[in-house]
Design a protein around this ligand. Structure first.
Ligand SMILES: [Ca+2]
Length: 205
C-alpha cells in the first residue's frame, strides 16, 4: 500500500513537473450530457428584467449532437454561462481556453469568451481576460483566449457572455494549462513577477 502511494506520488510529481496534472477536466464541455440542460454550467444575468432565452440546441452544433444557445430578447447588460474550475495548488504558466462560437445578429459588444482568475479562498477576482467579441452573423469559428496565470490563482471561472442583442452559440470548450516557460520561471525566481502581459486578442480591465 505504502509502495503504491509512493508510486502514485512520484507519478503525480512527474506529471506536475511536466505540467500534465495541471489541466483540470471541464464538466460537460461539448453540451452532450443532457438534451435539455447545460449540466455543469451555471447561467446568470444582470439584475432586472429577465432578458435571455437559453437552451441546449440539437439543430445547430459544431461537435457531437448539441451546442448551447443564448438569445437576448430584451435590452439588458449581460447574460453569462460559466463554470468554476479548480487548479492544482501552485499552478503557474499559461491558460489556454478555446471554444467553437457562432452568432446571429449579435451587436458590436458581442458574444465573448471570458475567464476570471480567482483566489482559492474567498474567490476574489484577481483579473479578467476576454477574447475578441464575436459579432454580426458569424459561422462556427474556434475562438482562443490565452493569458498568463497570475500569482495566487486557485480557481478559474470560465464562461461565455452575451453583451449585446442577438443570439450566440458555443460548443466544444477546451481548456489547457501550459507549464511556465523558462522566461516565466526566471521572472518568478527573481521574485518580481512581471505584470500580466496582454495577449493580442485579450483585454484586461
Ligand atoms: Ca457538442
Amino acid at each position: 500500500m505504502k509502495a503504491l502511494s509512493i508510486a502514485c506520488l512520484s507519478l503525480s510529481l512527474l506529471y506536475a513537473s511536466l505540467g500534465w496534472a495541471q489541466t483540470p477536466k471541464l464538466a460537460n464541455p461539448g453540451f452532450e450530457e443532457s438534451d435539455t440542460k447545460a449540466t455543469g454550467w451555471r447561467f446568470s444575468q444582470h439584475a432586472g428584467v429577465k432578458a435571455y432565452v437559453i437552451a441546449v440546441d440539437d439543430e445547430v452544433k459544431a461537435e457531437g449532437k448539441h451546442s448551447f444557445r443564448m438569445q437576448r430578447t430584451e435590452k439588458q447588460v449581460y447574460g453569462l454561462l460559466q463554470q468554476m474550475v479548480e487548479l492544482t495548488p501552485g499552478s503557474a504558466g499559461t491558460m489556454r481556453l478555446s471554444a467553437e462560437m457562432r452568432s446571429e445578429k449579435v451587436g458590436k459588444d458581442g458574444w465573448i469568451l471570458v475567464v476570471n482568475f480567482l483566489t482559492a479562498l474567498g474567490e476574489n477576482i484577481i483579473s479578467q481576460v476576454r477574447a475578441k467579441p464575436v459579432t454580426g452573423d458569424s459561422d462556427w469559428e474556434r475562438i482562443e483566449l490565452v493569458a498568463p496565470i497570475p500569482e495566487r490563482t486557485g480557481k478559474l471561472s470560465i464562461g461565455v457572455m452575451l453583451l449585446d442583442e442577438g443570439t450566440g452559440w458555443v460548443d466544444d470548450v477546451q481548456l489547457k494549462i501550459e507549464p511556465p516557460t523558462e522566461e516565466q520561471e526566471g521572472e518568478k525566481k527573481k521574485g518580481k513577477e512581471k505584470p500580466a502581459q496582454k495577449p493580442p486578442q485579450a483585454v484586461l480591465f
